[in-house]
Design a protein around this ligand. Sequence first.
Ligand SMILES: NC(=O)c1ccc[n+]([C@@H]2O[C@H](COP(=O)([O-])OP(=O)(O)OC[C@H]3O[C@@H](n4cnc5c(N)ncnc54)[C@H](O)[C@@H]3O)[C@@H](O)[C@H]2O)c1
Length: 272
Amino acid sequence: MSNQILKGKRGIIFGALDEKSIAWKTALACHAEGAVFTLTNAPIALRMGAINELAAACGNAKVIPADVTSEEDLNKLIQESMEVLGGKLDFVLHSVGMSLNVRKKNAYTDLNYDFMHKTFDISAISFHRLMQLLMKQDAMNEWGSIVGLTYIAAQRVFPDYNEMAEAKSLLESFARSFGYHFGKAKKVRVNTISQSPTKTTAGSGVGGFDAFYNYADKMSPLGNASAEACAEYCVSLFSDYTRMVTMQNLFHDGGFSFTGISADAMELFAQE
Ligand SMILES: NC(=O)c1ccc[n+]([C@@H]2O[C@H](COP(=O)([O-])OP(=O)(O)OC[C@H]3O[C@@H](n4cnc5c(N)ncnc54)[C@H](O)[C@@H]3O)[C@@H](O)[C@H]2O)c1
């Protein structure tokens, strides 16, 4: 499916770790739709080397290391991206998340606060930092589009999602508030996509992932949204067809968020 709806658009894509990553699929979809972009990830993630394969499949996209907690890295990334791509940017995908407490399997009621600060810094504050630097460098074209990825645990309790729930609430709030300021100042739109559970490195790191992947699948009339489908949704949000959509948290979850109970779930609980 390619209609070249991103032809002539320039962007930055954060977070392609391996071929399962939502950012990886989004890069392929953006390339197929005619966009040019740079790829970025934390220096430590780039050491795995897989991203070079993606870069080659995306017309030899330039790979630029940047830790999202470093203003210096982000400033360089934005500057270099504009130089390499030949002008200001039309889209940015923030597909970044990490929780040290989840990694260390710390219970929600026994969290390490140094880790929590790091989690919020990487997973949420980085979104504000990125937008602030894009604005200061005047790096976005009018009607540009910035997208972050989130999960419904920002609104409802999924116990094993742990402190990432608060990180996602903060991320969504930054999208709304910065979306206002970026819209007013530069006509740039900012949204978050609230994606179904997806089998990626970050996703599978959450305790009980298989159970809530299956639960969400059974509770969604369309089933779970795949990473490929999420990539296509990102393309639509980067395109000119969604120019008036901003400051939204957009559920991309096969209907999960508005389903009270499904026939599949009823069957499971039907036994006396
Ligand atoms: N997989 C799911 O079930 C799911 C569901 C909803 C939302 N999301 C969100 O989608 C986004 C992408 O995750 P994914 O599922 O594709 O997993 P992923 O593990 O492939 O991607 C997460 C990325 O974050 C990067 N990252 C971590 N720390 C960083 C840092 N300091 N600087 C720069 N990059 C850093 C990682 O290197 C990795 O590329 C995340 O925000 C995640 O929370 C995932």
